[in-house]
Ligand binder design. Sequence first.
Ligand code: FES
Ligand SMILES: [Fe+2]
Length: 424
Amino acid sequence: MALTAEENRLLTEIGPGTAMGGLLRRYWHPVAAASQFDDRAVQALRLFGEDLVLYRDRTGRYGLVANRCSHRRADLAHGYVEACGLRCSYHGWAFDHTGACVEQPFDQTVNPSSRFRDQAAITAYPVQEKAGLLWAYLGPEPAPLIPDYEPFSWEGGFVQIVFAEIPCNWFQCQENSIDPVHFEWLHDNWFAALDGRPEFRSPTHQKLAFDEIEHGFVYRRVRADTDEQNPLWTVGRLCLWPNALFTGEHFEWRVPIDDERTLSVMWAFEKVPEDRQPYRQERIPAWTGPVLDEQGAWIISHVMNQDFLAWTGQGTIADRTRELLSPSDRGIVAIRRRFFADLETVAAGGDPKAIVRDPTGNERIELPIIGKEQLAGPLTREAFDERRKRLTAAGFPDGYIFQAGQPDHVREEWEHAMGLRDRP
Ligand code: FES
Ligand SMILES: [Fe+2]
């Protein structure tokens, strides 16, 4: 059943003052990687239609503040950091991580007793680091906890964080997290076609189920080559609440930049073979991949790039008044219903789904994982080689299979971790 224009608007408008923006702001969102601040201290960031600046000061503390200096509205993205926080490069006013103005050099010189700076605070939001990601909370206090998902404490693996800016609304990206059938066509069959095997057909989907659980919605499937004993059916995969996909070895968050753009944030874990253990990663690398190639065409060589293309192809903001939903879309209907119900819960003063507030329930939160032993347990060299061969045979690109544009230095760090080359 297609949505009304009003329902479509409710799900997709996320700017300041909107209902869905207000709902999503009640969760922590990963917005950057800590390692990005090793070589630059200040980063402009737009989130939920607000222009912000994320910085790491000289004591190592992070701040997320509005981008406009309260003096004459210079852009604080061009400011510089000191121990006290972020200093505006225009006339030197300085702001700390709470947004308080802590220095007004000229004003304090001519009038040392003045408290004029108390009127000069700017908007600021809390930032926390977890799993190499920087998480921001833009909602009302008291802030909940950042969920401590179990893979964040897995050991002996190579983690990387990958970003992309997607030129479409967040919700169509997230609906893809509960869309099992697209794997067959957008990925498996398309990879084969791109690989010169257009007659190839991936095992067809035969049966689907969608179940709501505490941390999201699970989708389960039986394919022509699997049965109800297969973990694809007994475990399934997770549309992680409210704006992510969890596949077992990686998370993909879809963080709203504004109504028409989404920040894709991937956190991916890959176990290092046992002949390289104990392995301890010194620094989690982060990189941003392109969505268009040098000619301006969409990149379709990698799994997530195919997703990005599909999402953006639905329109900048998909028009859900003109859809023809089919039985494969029951999960999409279910998550829309949950959001509509939660919008009412929030309007009535309650917490929406999957908010974590109890610290005792926030240790290594278990999520459904297919093949957890293979992902997180000991990995033989043979199994590692076998997996690489299988991916190559299936037409996956060489190197990092999920997203195009991995920088050479990350590739080299990965190869070194996996024992494929000497230290870069
Ligand atoms: S505009 Fe920032 S100090 Fe003047
Ligand atoms: Fe996909």
